[in-house]
Ligand binder design. Structure first.
Ligand code: NI
Length: 233
């Protein structure tokens, strides 16, 4: 009987990595495969298999998996080892609530000070975002757009926290756009927000951000409710 290819083997291509680059490259390969959905929730990710695939010892693999676990992309299951984590869980809406607090403040500080370069950067990011197909590039463009509107806030620590939140959102962008069918609404939110920023209408910009983030929270809650219903809870 032919042995069935493991999901990891089917998705990731074998290559010989330089030992000193292995950790970073393995981390990135797996991260992208999780974010674009090719390694679905529950897929086992085994150290030895990856070590064989990339021709390296288990040490850099273990480090890469540890990083992915810290990012919430992998979770360690008793007797099973590392598996791809459930990307949507009930802590997600807490993360969005926190983002709303921080980003609302950043808009208030930044919008009155935005210059033409900031607005052009934001415009370019959303124009590209609307035609881009690759979800990891889309996540970066989404981040570039929002950060362009926050960039004039003088509090650097605030901006760092916001950037972390946007980085975390990479996990949900594909989910919201594809699974929940929100792509058109998300693009429209961005265009409306930029228009308000251009008019230096800070409060309208804040109100539109609230709509934008609430849309994501609602989609996630809807998904969790459906899942609970399906489980007969
Ligand atoms: Ni956005």
């Amino acid at each position: 009987m032919p042995k069935k290819k493991s999901p990891v083997r089917a998705v990731l291509e074998a290559e010989q990595l330089q030992p000193h680059l292995a950790r970073a490259i393995i981390e990135e390969r797996i991260r992208l495969a999780i974010l674009d959905g090719s390694l679905p929730t529950g897929t086992a990710v085994r150290q030895q298999e990856l070590a064989n695939l990339y021709g390296v010892s288990r040490m850099p693999v273990r480090e890469a998996l540890r990083q992915l676990e810290a990012q919430g992309l992998l979770t360690v299951v008793h007797h099973k080892g590392a598996v791809v984590a459930e990307l949507i869980n009930d802590t997600v809406s807490e993360a969005y609530d926190l983002r709303l607090l921080l980003e609302r403040e950043a808009l208030r500080l930044s919008v009155p000070l935005l210059d033409e370069t900031d607005l052009a950067t934001a415009q370019q990011a959303i124009d590209q975002l609307e035609v881009e197909q690759d979800y990891s590039v889309m996540a970066q463009l989404n981040r570039d757009f929002h950060m362009a509107l926050y960039g004039k806030a003088s509090n650097r620590r605030l901006l760092r926290l916001i950037d972390q939140g946007l980085e975390e959102e990479e996990r949900f962008l594909r989910f919201n756009m594809l699974e929940m069918g929100l792509a058109d609404l998300i693009h429209q939110d961005h265009r409306d927000q930029l228009e308000a920023a251009r008019a230096r209408d800070t409060e309208r910009c804040v109100a539109l951000l609230e709509v934008h983030l609430q849309r994501a929270i609602d989609a996630i809650n809807r998904y969790l409710d459906d899942k609970a219903d399906a489980a007969g809870a």
